[in-house]
Design a protein around this ligand. Structure first.
Ligand code: PLP
Length: 390
């Protein structure tokens, strides 16, 4: 919280990191071994245990994890990959890296997650994979998606950038389908500043990803400058420079230890918001899901536009003038110039995604929010809805 000319300002996001993370990073810096090494492997082991996955492979970003998953699947130019239009560009850009086509899919209005029925309609003989994205951390309809994937022989990589810790029908996200990609970007529920993790139960995928994240050199390449390593190495493929550093991993290990508490803090804020906003007729609060757990990466509020004299953009600027930072998740991909020009998408192509996009905004929700900040958000939202009610 900051006070600016007497008005409390609540930023959209502040990372929940502190002295423990700083100490862990400083210890690595002082150790003399900064890049991928023992801290990274410990982070991988503990992360794998946390989500119940046989393999966890640490990388520089969630985008890198998605890219390596598709690479391991053997995606090629001309292939098609299904993914929702409501997502961040990272979910789709990785498909373009291969000269393959991101085939956008409309969303289910309630969750804003990929609609399995619409995905089914868009399958062709060129469709090779599907990327369900757990928007805001709420898991997709994974039973339906996995059934569809196995029926059509599609590979599955879940984009779980928002979904740690989360579960679907009792199974943690990360242990559910062939591959899952997590992000540790600064705003995420577990952060290393930048970072990501790929989990899989497929030994071949794991082996390929371990090699490709470090230049396509065989597995022990990271050791070549350590006292028990060897100078000799063999390049197997033209790989990538996607390995995590031990500095990031040390931060990640501290964050992982706190992950349940960080998630509980977000849940408590979400409960306060829902209790307050469900009483306001012009607002739609996020649904409760009894068969799946979300970490509340985002609290997405929706406006009933017929009950307000202002639109979402003005609602956001009214909140801003009251000191409250917000964001929008997401501008559907088919409305962006790149996807329109390259793939011919147009406004109107995905009616559900567009209808929800016009009325969503994401409120501040992070573990370090104080009571006063939570109250300030509630008060400001209530004030805007009251001022502009019709
Ligand atoms: C849905 C989604 N997928 C993927 C990513 C990419 O993650 P990263 O920033 O770690 O590359 C993000 C990042 O914000 C995201 O929101």
């Amino acid at each position: 919280m900051t006070q600016k000319s007497g008005v409390m300002t609540v930023p959209f996001h502040v990372a929940a990191v502190g002295d423990e993370e700083a100490q862990a990073a400083a210890d690595v810096i002082r150790s003399g071994w900064l890049t991928m090494g023992q801290r990274t492997f410990e982070f991988e082991r503990r992360f794998a245990a946390y989500v119940g996955a046989p393999h966890a492979i640490a990388v520089v970003s969630g985008t890198a994890a998605l890219h390596l998953a598709l690479e391991a699947f053997g995606i090629q130019a001309g292939d098609e990959v299904l993914l929702p239009t409501t997502t961040f560009t990272a979910s789709a850009e990785v498909v373009c890296y291969f000269g393959a086509t991101p085939v956008l899919v409309d969303v289910e209005p309630r969750t804003m997650n990929l609609d399995p029925a619409d995905a089914a309609r868009r399958i062709t003989s060129r469709t090779k994979a599907i990327i369900p994205v757990h928007i805001a951390g709420v898991p997709c309809e994974m039973d339906e998606i996995l059934t569809l994937a196995s029926k059509h022989g599609l590979r599955v990589v879940e984009d779980a950038a928002h979904a740690l810790p989360a579960s679907y029908h009792g199974t943690p996200i990360g242990a559910l389908s062939e591959v899952t990609a997590f992000s540790f970007y600064a705003t995420k529920t577990l952060t290393t500043g930048e970072g990501g993790m790929l989990t899989t139960g497929n030994d071949k995928v794991a082996e390929r990803v371990r090699i490709m994240r470090l230049h396509g050199i065989e597995r022990e390449a990271w050791k070549r400058y350590s006292s028990d390593g060897s100078w000799f190495y063999q390049v197997q493929e033209a790989g990538y420079k996607y390995n995590m550093t031990d500095i990031a991993a040390a931060i990640g290990l501290v964050q992982l230890g706190k992950c349940d508490d960080l998630s509980a803090a977000r849940h408590a804020i979400a409960e306060r918001y829902t209790a307050a906003f469900s009483k306001i007729p012009s607002l739609q609060v996020p649904d409760e899901h009894h068969d799946r757990k979300t970490p509340w990466h985002l609290y997405v509020l929706r406006l009933h536009r017929d009950r307000l004299s202002i639109d979402r953009d003005r609602f956001i600027s009214e909140l801003k003038s009251r000191g409250i930072g917000t964001s929008v998740h997401f501008i559907p991909l088919h409305l962006h110039p790149f996807y329109r020009k390259r793939f011919g998408y147009e406004p109107g192509d995905f009616p559900h995604a567009e209808a929800e996009y016009a009325r969503v905004l994401s409120l501040p929700i992070y573990p370090t929010m104080t009571d006063a900040e939570i109250n300030a958000v509630i008060h400001a939202v209530a004030d805007v809805t009251h001022t502009f009610r019709i």
